[in-house]
Design a protein around this ligand. Structure first.
Ligand SMILES: *Cc1c(COP(=O)(O)O)cnc(C)c1O
Length: 396
């Protein structure tokens, strides 16, 4: 393994696996071995691999038109914006190609709103949280509350401060004359599948209201039905001023979105921000088909039910297992916190034909398709619990 001899930069640590075909919750490697996918390419293929609803739309679009640029109207971009706005607290959307770009847009929008609309250029600081993850561009890796993503990339942009997650008192102390926004995930995904406390989120929203700050929710991993609501902020009874989407929005086609409230519209006047590919015909065709499917097939409700089922089964089957510290999650974004590195277990699951992913060093993360069958879930649960039981037996 390793890419030191290949034509690629070695910036990824890859498993020795190559998949050549996918369908629903199944993947096949180049040797024809079948895998059950419980990770969805990092919470992206929420409708499974090559879902027919999206495939047909994409095929049509491939035959028709691919790209014209944002100098012209793009019907599916408009339609996707309307769908997202009609089903959220937001009033306007901007499309880009990835999660980091969506957060970059949110950061730029927050700064520009204070500079151009409110007229308070001294307020540019954004408070984010320890163990958050917001992306890999210079601004979004700076927003990320984990040092490991920042190593070797100095100097980093100014204007970010970090608060402990789920600690409203500590957060309040960091709000000052320079603060313009608070940005957070409702469930920290990369940070270890850590759900925000309801009381904490309520308080964050109150503090934003009280100090005139923008509330930015990063829904890149939690959005699109994954947590049991179309957007995870709905669990908390709050309305962000801005929220960002990517991963599950296009079923695997690259797309990101930044959505915001009406008052923010004028902060992004013509020419202030943009993207050559953002909101193109292919990615927005996939986006429209994905959102329509999620809504028509009531997939958030399904994710909520299945998520409860999985957590219940795991809690029962892993009760008393000395390797397991905590099972947590929301909907079908679930973490099994271990007292040891997850890497070895993940490789053993691969050998059994089960794909899961870690979230931080010690957490096994499950993010299966929202359309996965109960039988497949049971098989995955059995395999995971079996391996953990075997390991625990070996460990004592
Ligand atoms: C994956 C992720 C991002 C970054 O998305 P990219 O498409 O990789 O740029 C940002 N925030 C959260 C919460 C994510 O899970």
């Amino acid at each position: 393994m390793g890419e030191s001899q290949s034509a690629l930069f070695p910036n990824y640590g890859r498993y020795p696996l190559t998949f050549v075909k996918g369908e629903g919750s199944r993947l096949w490697d180049e040797n024809g071995k079948e895998y059950l996918d419980l990770m969805c390419g990092l919470a992206v293929t929420n409708l499974g691999h090559a879902p027919k609803q999206v495939k047909e739309r994409l095929k049509n679009q491939v035959d028709t038109l691919w790209h014209t640029s944002n100098l012209f109207h793009i019907p599916d971009q408009q339609k996707l914006a309307e769908l997202l706005v009609a089903n959220s607290c937001a009033d306007a959307a901007f499309f880009c190609n990835s999660g980091a770009e969506a957060n970059e847009a949110a950061i730029k929008l927050a700064r520009r709103y204070f500079q151009k609309v409110i007229g308070k250029p001294e307020r540019f600081e954004i408070i984010t949280f320890h163990m958050s993850f917001h992306g890999r561009t210079l601004a979004t890796l700076t927003a990320t509350g984990q040092d490991k993503v920042k190593e070797g990339f100095a100097p980093l942009p100014e204007g970010f401060v970090y608060a402990p997650f789920n600690d409203a008192e500590a957060l309040e102390k960091l709000i000052g004359d320079r603060t313009c926004a608070i940005m957070l995930e409702m469930v920290q995904g990369e940070g270890g599948v850590n759900p925000a406390d309801p009381a904490f989120v309520k308080r964050v929203a109150e503090l934003c209201e009280q100090h005139g700050l923008l509330l930015i929710v990063d829904e890149i991993q939690t959005g699109m039905g994954r947590t049991g609501k179309l957007f995870a902020y709905e669990h908390y009874g709050i309305e962000p001023d801005v929220f960002t989407l990517a991963k599950g929005l296009g079923s695997g086609m690259p797309i990101g979105a930044m959505l915001g409230k009406e008052k923010l519209r004028e902060a992004f006047s013509a020419g202030s921000h943009g993207s050559t590919f953002g909101g193109n015909y292919l990615s927005t065709a996939a986006g429209v088909a994905t959102v329509e499917t999620i809504l028509e097939e009531k997939l958030p409700e399904r994710a909520a039910e299945l998520g409860q089922y999985v957590i219940g089964e795991l809690e029962q089957k892993l009760a008393g297992n000395p390797l397991v510290q905590q099972i947590r999650g929301l909907g079908l974004l679930i973490g099994i916190g271990l007292n040891r590195p997850a890497a070895e277990l993940i490789s053993e699951l691969h050998a059994e034909g089960i794909l899961v992913v870690s979230a931080g060093p010690n957490v096994i993360r499950l993010a299966p398709s929202l359309l996965i069958s109960k039988e497949d879930l049971d098989r995955g649960i059995q395999a995971i619990c079996g391996i953990l039981a075997k390991k625990a037996g070996a460990a004592v």
